[in-house]
Design a protein around this ligand. Structure first.
Ligand code: SF4
Length: 421
């Protein structure tokens, strides 16, 4: 297709004999899952304070027979102080608290289990929604001093002071299950149960902020600094609720969580019309594309949505997002041994990115595969990973290898829910 900048972005013809599909088919014939876009109709969660706009909250309070100023008071408790139980809000008249709790603050997510690893700097929580659906979120702390000699410090160092900065990143779910059917993913194998509401999505963030405020995690009290929509689900397939959640995240307190849009990453397998829609929203968040293969032949199998929107269409939409927002796009690439990790594929990826722009508009994030139980695939050899990195670097493409936090607690997306359901 023609690119937004009018240049020819057609993929260079693959000439290397390494660019072939693996000898064995990726999915067992007849076992491929269908792509599912429309979420099955299931009982909706109760309407929550989070689901309302600021104006709607004032209106709802008045309709409940309460004075309008109570709306701001309630938002302050919930969004600013992460106090989620109205029965404890002593500045509300006692007789009013129960009504407020029932009308505006129903419980949307209930903790089923919590697992910690990496010296308690990784916390994975499994949540049950009102209809029994299971979703999960993972909280990761960075910049925490090692607790034992020989352990590596996790996280960034402040450029000026050289001192580690404690940061907290939360990976959240946007759907119960997922309809995108990626064969390497535990969530994809279970299919789509339903879309999550804005209230359910934001509840994961509020719960993480509550945990961080207690100060019990290494690094002391804090709050969520970064959100990645990389838990269960394809966020762009639940666009309306996800964008409303993003707006709540960036809305200043007391009406929202008050985060910087730059700390939010929205990840997609490549729903091109939604990427184009996001480009027009005017929210400077980071877009992450789960590419995983630079050629359509392989990507058709690894990421089935590619049969609808191919690599060129996805990269064109990503490039347009970067050009419009001046935000660097993250290209996510799971490294699977002998499947997509050949240097020739690194070269093709580099050529396709470079063909669109040369100002570092894309950053490649390599992710060693965390295999799902029973999977025949494993993570790439370190030597192949290094060769992949080197090839990209030779082309001047910024590249990092993601740390593999949470592996001992089934850190791959959807694995915990898959083992519980
Ligand atoms: S990798 Fe992401 S988009 Fe693909 S099936 Fe899993 S959750 Fe869905």
């Amino acid at each position: 297709m023609s690119a937004p900048d009018g240049r020819n972005h057609a993929a260079p013809k693959a000439t290397s004999p390494a660019l072939v599909l693996p000898a064995e088919p990726l999915a067992d014939p007849g076992k491929e899952l269908p792509l599912v876009f429309a979420a099955p109709r299931r009982g909706k969660p109760a309407r929550h304070w989070i689901d309302l706009t600021v104006d709607e909250r004032v209106e709802a309070v008045k309709q409940a027979g309460l004075p309008a100023f109570r709306a701001q008071q309630m938002s302050k408790h919930f969004f600013e102080r992460h106090e989620t139980d109205p029965l404890q809000w002593t500045d509300l008249p006692q007789g009013m608290r129960e009504q407020v709790a029932e009308t505006f603050f129903p419980t949307l997510i209930t903790q089923v289990s919590e697992q910690r690893c990496d010296g308690d700097t990784t916390v994975k929580t499994l949540w049950r929604l009102h209809d029994g659906s299971l979703v999960e979120s993972v909280l990761m702390r960075y910049g925490v001093r090692p607790s034992k000699p020989g352990e590596v410090e996790l996280g960034e160092t402040d450029d000026e002071t050289g001192v580690g900065r404690v940061r907290s990143t939360l990976c959240i779910s946007s759907q119960a299950g997922c309809g995108m059917a990626c064969p390497f993913c535990a969530t994809g194998q279970g299919g789509l149960q339903r879309n999550m509401s804005t209230g359910e999505i934001i509840s994961q963030v509020v719960a993480a902020n509550q945990l961080l405020a207690t100060g019990e995690l290494p690094g002391g009290p804090g709050r969520v600094n970064n959100i990645v929509f990389m838990g269960m689900g394809e966020p762009m397939a639940n666009y309306k609720a996800v964008i409303a959640a993003v707006r709540t995240l960036v809305e200043p307190a007391p009406h929202g969580i008050g985060m910087s849009a730059r700390g939010i990453t929205l990840s997609t397998v490549g729903l091109v019309p939604r990427i184009q829609q996001l480009t027009t929203e005017g929210i400077p968040l980071t877009l992450a594309i789960s590419l995983h293969a630079p050629d359509d032949e392989l990507r058709d199998e690894l990421v089935p949505i590619n049969t609808r929107y191919d690599v060129d269409e996805v990269l064109d939409a990503a490039w347009e997002y970067a050009r419009t927002t001046r935000r660097r796009v993250s290209i996510e690439y799971i490294m699977i041994k002998d499947i997509n990790d050949q240097a020739a594929r690194a070269e093709l990826l580099a050529r396709r990115l470079k063909a669109r722009g040369d100002w570092g508009w894309a950053h490649v994030n390599l992710i060693p595969l965390n295999p799902t139980p029973g999977s025949k695939w494993t993570a790439s050899r370190k030597s192949d990973e290094r060769a992949f990195v080197k090839t990209l670097e030779n082309w001047g493409i910024p590249v990092t290898v993601r740390d593999t936090r949470g592996q001992e607690i089934d850190g791959a997306c959807g694995q915990l829910a898959a083992t519980m359901s």
